[in-house]
Design a protein around this ligand. Sequence first.
Ligand SMILES: Nc1ncnc2c1ncn2[C@@H]1O[C@H](COP(=O)(O)OP(=O)(O)O)[C@@H](O)[C@H]1O
Ligand SMILES: [Mg+2]
Length: 248
Amino acid sequence: MTDDIIDIRHLTKVFHTDNGDVEALHDVTLNFPRGGFTSIIGPSGCGKSTLLRIIGGLDTDYDGEALMDGQPIPGPGRDKGFVFQDHRLLPWLSVRENIRFALPPEHKKDDELIQSNIDLVGLTGFEDALPKQLSGGMSQRVAIARALANRPKILLLDEPFGALDAITKIKLQDQLLRIWQSEHITMVIVTHDIDEAVYLGQTVVVMKPHPGEIKRVEHIDLGWPRQRIGEAFNTAKDSIYQEFFATN
Ligand SMILES: Nc1ncnc2c1ncn2[C@@H]1O[C@H](COP(=O)(O)OP(=O)(O)O)[C@@H](O)[C@H]1O
Ligand SMILES: [Mg+2]
């Protein structure tokens, strides 16, 4: 039996707006294995962010069930880390203080914990830098360190590398994989980049266009470390590519 950390059952989400109801997710049933790396891919507006927000407890108004460790997700908490496309760092605080700011009161003075997370994302030496002194990639690494410092059970990443250049993106993907392998945290990444979905995910969830439904859940049968080129990777990518653009 697989051990799932997240269990989503018949999840439907409707936004009630002044212009009428918008169904963002329709009858989604999905599991995320504990310690796994899952990619969610789908066209813009298909409900990826909505799904991630519900898993993260940022949205608790829906029909169906969203369970973590078998219990309904009551709201946001330190067991769930979030990384968004924009780093959301406080501009007046240094790298070190941005991470400290996110820690619970009992850990605020734990300089070792802060340093270990700065080291984990490869930013040793930049502790005192302000966000404006960092590149986009470095800022995203701080955002990852900040999320990890709370030792979440699950890290939820919503297009975290979407605004980065191709080379920086590749470096951060590799760093994220190293962190996943060393820290054993369940990772879920939302992306609209097929390469990224296949390179990172043990499983790729392909969503249909709006309203969001699951089109297919594909296991990526490639080991680690993965090669970004070559036949095996291209075959896996082709199959996701075909799913992504298939009309049914
Ligand atoms: N707060 C909101 N109010 C109304 N509609 C929303 C809200 N958030 C998202 N939606 C709608 O729900 C659908 C899914 O949005 P989203 O989850 O952001 O998609 P994605 O992340 O895949 O681009 C879209 O049609 C979007 O317009
Ligand atoms: Mg989104």
